[in-house]
Design a protein around this ligand. Sequence first.
Ligand SMILES: Cc1cc2nc3c(=O)[nH]c(=O)nc-3n(C[C@H](O)[C@H](O)[C@H](O)COP(=O)(O)OP(=O)(O)OC[C@H]3O[C@@H](n4cnc5c(N)ncnc54)[C@H](O)[C@@H]3O)c2cc1C
Length: 281
Amino acid sequence: MKAAGFRFLRARCVAEALALKAEHGEDARFIAGGQSLVPALNLRLLEPRALIDIAGLPELTGIRVERGRLVIGALTRHAALTGDPLVAAHAPLLLEALPYVAHAAIRNRGTFGGSIALADPAAEWPACCLALDATMVLTGPHAEGERRVPATEFFRGLYATALGPDDLLLRVEIPCQPAGTRNAALELARRHGDFAIVGVAATASDRELKDARIAFFGVADRPMRFAEVERALAVEGVSAAAEALARQVDPPADLYHSAATKRHLAGVLLRRAVDRLRGAA
Ligand SMILES: Cc1cc2nc3c(=O)[nH]c(=O)nc-3n(C[C@H](O)[C@H](O)[C@H](O)COP(=O)(O)OP(=O)(O)OC[C@H]3O[C@@H](n4cnc5c(N)ncnc54)[C@H](O)[C@@H]3O)c2cc1C
């Protein structure tokens, strides 16, 4: 199928993007890398009358460090993270997760912020943001300047976030991880490059895992941390954590996997992630 007709409007700066959105309202959609939006248009799941191209906004690209935070512009393409020295130094969890994000061609066009704005429950970046205690910086036509929303409050449900319909995600800020922080990003998928059946993104300051932050994806309508699992891991060890996970997690079945299968796979990934966190700095 082909997309329904639409106007294509290219914004040259954030103010212009917001003005175009205010002018066209619900009939318009922002388009960044187009790797999720274009398939949805072609399947006619969405039929906006206008697309506002934000891909060229200079304010929203690039990776830098500011005041102890790694700042990733929303329009930074997935592939741009590859081998980036700042990412390697300050948030290496992202580099562990990167090979799982789609295929090379999609990583070349799709954007970090597009994935977070879309909030697919089986996507890697939202879970990494939760594990890394990231903050999303947004703006919109009605907001006074910028709004800062922690990852814990940003993801609100199935493809639902703190972004209002006219808001733009500007950047993501991640506290720089101290050297020696341990990380693990793992997932199970039917084929490499597919969205995960179940995945995990985890970080801890040392091999004791007293402060492990373990975010699961593909197990709920949004990325999830389970306080009881992290507490059990810190106090009693991995078996107690796996038991807590089995009690806490209630994954939705999909076409191929029952809830029980996903629950089991989440436990398998938890144990592998703990091995990885304990094994290597
Ligand atoms: C075959 C295939 C496999 C894939 N596998 C994976 C995978 O394994 N893991 C994964 O994470 N992703 C996967 N993806 C999705 C891919 O990562 C997309 O690049 C990403 O989800 C969306 O980024 P985008 O820049 O292409 O956004 P677009 O498609 O341009 O936009 C997606 C949505 O986000 C909104 N949006 C985009 N940027 C902003 C912004 N800055 N502010 C506000 N709203 C914004 C758009 O309006 C739209 O609603 C896959 C895609 C395909 C086609």
